[in-house]
Design a protein around this ligand. Structure first.
Ligand SMILES: Cc1cc2nc3c(=O)[nH]c(=O)nc-3n(C[C@H](O)[C@H](O)[C@H](O)COP(=O)(O)O)c2cc1C
Length: 228
């Protein structure tokens, strides 16, 4: 399901959409605040039948923040615990890869991947990607996405932003990534934190060509199905 390469430049903002039929995605979690957004993303990918494979990479700092923000700690059965499913009850399409394993398949451009999402994306990982450091599997996989002209979405989170952060965002945008700040919307009248996270996840997935059922769209009345 590798997608054919095209001749557009890395600065094109409309890098090709994910193959919606059988999509392989990389989801990387790094040590910025916002773990619940990543958990919501993981659940959306688990239940999306168009997504056949998810390669999950979680940095040590992401684990630290995850424990702080959700109470989930350690790597044992991490996927099941994040999905809220019993061990063995998940679809099995999500594979947890080791952060330091730069020999993992996604470290090579020869391994077919449709898109990569870094959610949340810390300023440290942003810097590593912006400067082509490739010092761990997340930075390397992102580097591969950029060189192969694949979709790379960086859900950056920090406030306030210093000039280094801003310059790094410009650098990754120039290299072809989408900077998708972890900022909630309120015009959709969210009723809970989960609502906020879900709407954000819907927007990211729509951006990579995986529109979600029930997603809020400004100016479009909800269907009868969405109201039940
Ligand atoms: C509770 C907590 C919240 C944090 N929030 C952020 C954040 O929102 N943005 C950020 O860039 N770093 C944040 N950090 C710092 C990063 O975790 C730290 O810079 C780390 O080295 C990033 O490593 P990584 O990019 O390999 O995951 C936070 C750390 C902790 C412990």
């Amino acid at each position: 399901m590798a997608l054919a390469t095209d001749s557009r430049s890395a600065s094109d903002s409309d890098v090709r959409p994910a193959n919606p039929a059988r999509t392989t995605l990389i989801l990387a979690m790094t040590g910025a605040s916002g773990s619940i957004f990543a958990v919501e993303m993981l659940r959306a990918l688990e239940s999306d039948e168009r997504v056949s494979r998810v390669l999950l990479v979680v940095s040590p700092s992401a684990l630290r923040v995850l424990a702080e923000e959700t109470g989930v700690s350690g790597r044992n059965s991490l996927v099941e615990r994040l999905l809220g499913s019993e061990p063995g009850a998940s679809s099995g399409k999500i594979t947890l890869l080791a952060h330091e394993d730069i020999g993992a398949p996604i470290a090579s451009g020869s391994y077919p991947v449709d898109a990569m999402i870094v959610l949340p994306c810390s300023m440290g990982t942003l810097a590593g990607i912006a400067h082509g450091m490739a010092g761990n599997l997340i930075e390397r996989a992102a580097d591969v996405c950029l060189k192969e002209r694949r979709r790379l979405v960086l859900c950056v989170r920090e406030t306030p932003l210093n000039l280094i952060h801003l310059r790094n965002m410009v650098a990754v945008a120039e290299a072809g990534a989408t900077v998708f700040p972890l900022i909630p919307t309120f015009y959709n009248h969210p009723q809970s934190v989960d609502d906020i996270a879900r709407n954000y996840v819907h927007r990211v997935l729509q951006h990579i060509g995986l529109p979600q059922p029930g997603a809020y769209a400004w100016g479009v009345p909800p269907s009868a199905e969405d109201l039940t």
